[in-house]
Write a protein that binds this ligand. Structure first.
Ligand SMILES: Cc1ncc(COP(=O)(O)O)c(C=O)c1O
Length: 358
């Protein structure tokens, strides 16, 4: 099983399972910017490596200032973390919820963190017949019941945003609402869709952002949270000191200055997603329309095998996909594919065609 540790992108497990070197795989099981990291990453590591002898700034001052200016939000409403994953854990620890609502399917860290503090789970069903969009009645019920509601905006693995008309409903929540916007920076209209600017003045809304996906730096970990300053203070009091290393802070601040890279990525990913969507649909796969850089796909009924078997066949061909059957609410016909650059997307579309139409 490729998802031995619960996530995609595990090249060492892939190497053990399929007997190839980790560098040889086309990784469609995790969703990073296919353009690779911005040039500042190499520059900072090569020119400033000696700064490894310093402790990082425990208050992440330069990066926080940069994020505040970039998104036009107050600095005291931002806390930087060692990836969004650290911040999701902190949200659960400050709220100590008895009941947590999550959508099924959704990113597994929400429910894992909730279970770790002994919370019980309330599942909000997402259905194929609604294109996996959350429904008003189900959301309103969850917001009434849960002490903490954790929603992907867009959701992983579906790539769907919370519909615009439901956003105001979040203010009626009994408890806290955490919106995970880990992938929202891939959207061309990010600014209109994100709730990041509303969070500082709303006591119940916490917005999580990751910088590892868009800037393709999962190896150094970087994310931030935006919320009311009182919530930020509570989270900061629980955070481990120096949790954000010096190089992550330098790279995060420099990356936000690379306007060309940012706009090229948004355009490129949007074009490639549409192209890949059409190719996959044309070979008979059921593909869910997504807002971002990954696609949830379903094997049609007439294909006489399930995703675990297909994952194995593709792994032998050095292509890694995410088996999505482990997400609550999905069955063994679902898998998730990253959107990468054209040549790789062509290779993967060809391999899938070969497997499902031998
Ligand atoms: C929806 C979602 N949120 C958060 C994370 C964690 O991101 P980070 O690498 O910033 O910890 C992931 C990672 O896969 C994710 O898919």
């Amino acid at each position: 099983m490729l998802e031995r540790y619960g996530h995609g992108g595990d090249l060492l497990t892939a190497a053990e399972l399929f007997g190839h070197s980790p560098d040889l795989f086309l990784d469609y099981s995790s969703n990073m910017n296919p353009m690779g990291p911005p040039t500042c990453v190499q520059r900072i590591f090569s020119e400033r490596w000696m700064e490894v002898v310093r402790y990082p700034d425990p208050a992440t001052r330069v990066l926080r200032k940069k994020i505040a200016a970039y998104y036009r939000i107050p600095e005291e409403s931002i806390l930087v973390g060692n990836g969004a994953a650290e911040l999701i854990d902190l949200v659960v620890r400050i709220t100590q919820p008895a009941t947590v609502a999550v959508t099924a399917p959704s990113f597994v860290e929400y429910s894992d963190n909730a279970l770790r503090v002994g919370a019980s789970l309330h599942y909000i069903p997402l259905k194929a017949e609604h294109s996996f969009d959350v429904q008003a009645e189900d959301l309103s019920h969850a917001l009434y019941k849960a002490d903490l509601t954790m929603l992907g905006h867009p959701n992983n693995p579906t790539g769907r945003l919370i519909p615009d008309v439901l956003m105001d409903m979040l203010q009626t929540a009994k408890g806290t609402v955490m919106l995970d916007e880990a992938f929202i920076d891939f959207l061309e209209n990010e600014e209109q869709v994100s709730m990041i600017q509303r969070a500082p003045s709303m006591k119940k809304l916490i917005v999580i952002r990751s910088m590892t996906k868009f800037f393709a730096i999962p190896g150094i970990r970087l994310g931030f949270v935006v919320a009311h300053p009182d919530i930020i203070l509570q989270m900061r009091n629980l955070q481990v000191h120096w949790s954000v290393n010096h190089f992550s802070q330098l790279i995060g601040a420099a990356a936000l200055d690379d306007a060309q890279y940012i706009s090229d990525t948004k355009k490129r990913v949007s074009t490639e997603r549409q192209w890949f969507y059409e190719q996959l649909s044309s070979i008979g796969l059921d593909v869910i329309q997504s807002a971002v850089n990954y696609l949830l796909v379903r094997l049609p009924k007439q294909v006489p095998f399930h995703v675990p078997e297909m994952q194995e066949k593709l792994g032998q061909m050095k292509i890694l996909i995410r088996d999505a059957s482990r997400f609550p609410g999905l069955d063994e016909r679902y898998f998730r594919l990253a959107v990468r650059l054209r040549e790789d997307n062509e290779t993967v579309a060809r391999a899938l065609k070969h497997i499902i139409q031998p």
